[in-house]
Each structure stands twice: as C-alpha cells, then as structure tokens.
Ligand binder design. Structure first.
Ligand SMILES: *Cc1c(COP(=O)(O)O)cnc(C)c1O
Ligand SMILES: [Zn+2]
Length: 422
C-alpha cells in the first residue's frame, strides 16, 4: 500500500499537466493547479472499512492526500471535528434536519488549520525552507504555527484591521509579521514582490496546489460522519472559496471511488453583502468574478474582493445546482447571537453568515423543510470578541446581584420578587 496515491497536477483552465514531485505554483497560464490521484488503483485497494482504528484526524485519509512519505506529516491533531444536530435553531428556521460541522475547536481556532497542515507538510516534503503569504488573519495564524512546527521560516502580511488575536498567533510563532494599511489584495501584491525578489515559496491562497487538499478533508469527514450518505445542501462562508472547491473535489473523488451512494449536495457559497463578488457573478450568470471595490464586513475571513479560484467556485455551484447568497452584517450578527442562545455554540461571524443564509433560503423556498442541511462553522467565535456587545453591571462586593428584565435592571430580592426562582 502506498501512503499517498497522488499522481500529478493539472490545470483546470488550459489542461496542462505538471509533475507533483517538485515545487509548483500557478500554471504558466496563471490558473491555480489541482492535484490528481490514481483513483482507479486506489479503488481496488481502499475501502471505508480500512478507516477503522486509524488516527482520529484528517491524516486518516492519507491515501487521498498529497504527502508521499509519512515522516513529512506535520500535525497538531487537526480534523475530525464534531458534526452536531442543531435542533432548536433548526426548529426556529423551519429546517428540522439542520446540522453544523464545527471547525471552531480545531488547532489555531479556524478550519485554516486543515489547509496549513497539508500545505506545510507538502512544502516540507518538497524541501521548502522559507514561505510567504498574505492573509486576512486566520490563514496566516495557521500557516505561521504549522511552519514553526515544521522548522520552516514564514513571512506573513495582514491588514491592520485583521482580528487582533491572529496577529498574536503569528507573532508568538516567531514568524516575520508585517501589517498593511490596506486590504488582503494589497498584502498580496507586496508578498508577490518579495517572492520574486527573494525566491520564497508563495503560499498565497491557491498559488500552491495543496491547501485545497487539506480543506477538502471537511468534505470527506462529512461523508464519513454521515455514513457515506451526504446531505441535500451544504452552506459554506466563501472568501477565497478554497473550502468550497475542496469539499466539491472531495465529494467527486469519493463518488468516483464508489463510496458515496446518493446525489451530491447542492453547494451554497455564502458571502457578506459588503463583499459579495461571487454572488454578483452568480446573479449575472458570469463564470468569473470582478474585483469588489471598498469591501467591508465584520466577517473578516470572507472579505476577499477578488478570488483567484472564483471560476472554480462558480463551477462547483453550477454543477451541483447550488446557489450564492449574500447576507448583511446586521443579519449575521443577529444569527450569531441566536445560535449561541439556542444551541450554546459561539460560532464565528463567517459561520453565522452561513446560518443566516440557510434561514433565507428556507424562507424563499429554495430549501425544503424535509431536507438535510449542513452549515460549516469555519471558526471559533472566541477569535472575534469584538462582535459581541457586553452590558453587565459592575457591583461592589456585598451588593445584591442584578438581573435584567424587560423594564431594565432589577436586583433580586427587591420589588417583592421571590429569591428562590432560580
Ligand atoms: C478564510 C475563512 C473563510 C473563507 O474560507 P475560503 O475557503 O477562503 O473561502 C471562512 N471563515 C473563516 C473563519 C475563515 O478564516
Ligand atoms: Zn493553465
């Protein structure tokens, strides 16, 4: 048995093929490259039962991952995140079979750990010593920390507006951190210049082929956790779109292996109304997107004005009869609070956007009540403390505890209220 069944890379735009045993960035035509596997051979040698007893992380699918030698695996235990039933939120939305895959409890606090684990492992295997990347925060945090574990030097550039905690994650990893007074697209230009000048490995979104492979394990896990019967709809908060492209790729590979028996899910790309280039392109029937001017949203991970893989996202939506939806910041923040109150889950604003989109699509009739609907919560709400408004009274020691009611704050024990209600 081979550890990996990787065969080569190919360009989804012009079809050109590349070997996978040396560093490759974009295709010479400028498109991202995708990883191919020897699925015919793998189909003969690999069955779902083989997964029993394997490590409870994404490396349990190593045959469908690009790392050829197990000793190059760089792991912090990422993957196999919980798949949870969301009964009360589902009831509130009229979607009784609502599920959440919760990426909030993964190392580094967002699903970016998946892309970083596989991307950094493959970089190590290819002999990379120094990498650079622009980021909206979470990817930089994950790549900096995994690079540290791999002994690879990292240079990370993020907007000054990126979530503060992601700065700390990069800084504590010992990586070289630069902040830019601008957007991720500005950071990208600056990284491109440094890559050229210093011969660094460009780990920008989709400029190396392996991040997709890490993120696709979300799709494999969903299939395994649902016993190879996939949901009707998957909603995904879309920035660069890597996760959605990855999930689609995973499900197609599993279908080709004969592991998935039912119809592939309709994939929904969810964006913030303040940065919705994919949604606009979808509504206009285009196959690629246009730069979104002056983008702005509290859901920082999906503030990507122009994605290199936009055409792959739009193709994945079209192929699965999916759609693209934008939600307002106010709407997603309200949904975030509701999910916490009804389900006890503190989801990130990006995940909250996907819940808000599910609610909308149910209202519009695009989602039917009997369908199984899965929302990806791509990170932990704990990484974005500023999205929650905290109003709490500050008491002096010995004061009576207060409790908020509709008329305002009252102290327990006053106004004739019973003290043993709780
Ligand atoms: C990066 C990010 C996204 C968007 O991921 P893509 O795969 O780039 O579309 C969504 N949510 C969070 C929390 C992120 O950090
Ligand atoms: Zn090409």
């Amino acid at each position: 048995m081979r550890f990996s069944y990787i065969s080569h890379l190919h360009c989804p735009k012009c079809g050109k093929e590349y070997p996978a045993d040396r560093i490759q960035q974009l295709c010479e035509c400028g498109s991202p490259l995708l990883v191919d596997y020897d699925l015919k051979e793998l189909k003969k040698n690999w069955m779902p039962a083989d997964l029993a007893g394997r490590s409870n992380d994404l490396w349990r699918y190593h045959e469908l991952l690009p790392v050829m030698d197990e000793k190059n695996v760089v792991t912090l235990g990422e993957g196999m995140t919980p798949l949870l039933r969301m009964e009360r939120a589902g009831q509130d939305m009229g979607i009784p079979h609502l599920l959440m895959k919760d990426e909030g409890i993964i190392p580094t606090g967002s699903f970016k750990a998946r892309g970083a684990a596989v991307g950094v492992s493959k970089a190590k295997e290819l002999g990379v010593q120094e990498l650079a990347m622009p980021t909206n925060g979470n990817a930089g945090a994950a790549w900096a920390l995994y690079a540290a574990r791999a002994g690879i030097k990292a240079s990370i550039v993020m907007p000054v507006g990126a979530p503060l905690i992601t700065r700390n994650e990069v800084a504590v990893s010992g990586a070289n951190l630069n902040l830019v007074n601008g957007l991720i697209s500005d950071a990208g230009q600056m990284v491109g210049q440094a890559v050229k000048a210093h011969g660094l490995y460009d780990a920008s979104t989709l400029k190396e082929p392996y991040r997709i492979e890490g993120k696709k394990t979300m799709g494999i896990e969903i299939a395994e956790q649902m016993h190879w019967k996939v949901p009707d709809v998957i909603l995904y908060p879309t920035g660069g779109g890597v996760g959605l492209i990855g999930i689609h790729k995973a499900l197609k590979e599993l279908a080709e292996l004969g592991w998935i028996k039912n119809k592939l899910p309709r994939l929904v790309a969810v964006q913030a109304a303040g940065c919705a280039p994919i949604v606009k392109a979808w509504e206009e029937g285009r196959t690629d997107s246009q730069f979104w001017e002056q983008s702005e949203t509290v859901a920082f991970g999906i503030n990507v004005p122009k994605a290199l893989g936009d055409f792959l996202v739009l193709a994945a939506i079209a192929e699965t009869d999916g759609c693209a939806v934008a939600v307002e910041d106010g709407e997603l923040l309200q949904e975030q609070a509701l999910i916490a109150r009804l389900e006890g889950a503190f989801v990130c604003p990006e995940g909250a956007a996907a819940f808000a989109a599910a609610r909308r699509l149910k209202q519009s009739g695009w989602i039917q009540a009997e369908e199984t609907v899965l929302v990806l919560n791509t990170g932990s709400g704990i990484k974005y403390p500023e999205t929650v408004n905290v109003e709490a009274p500050v008491l002096q020691p010995g004061d009576l505890l207060q409790r908020r009611t509709e008329e305002g704050e009252v102290s327990w024990g006053r106004k004739g209220k019973s003290t043993n209600e709780m």
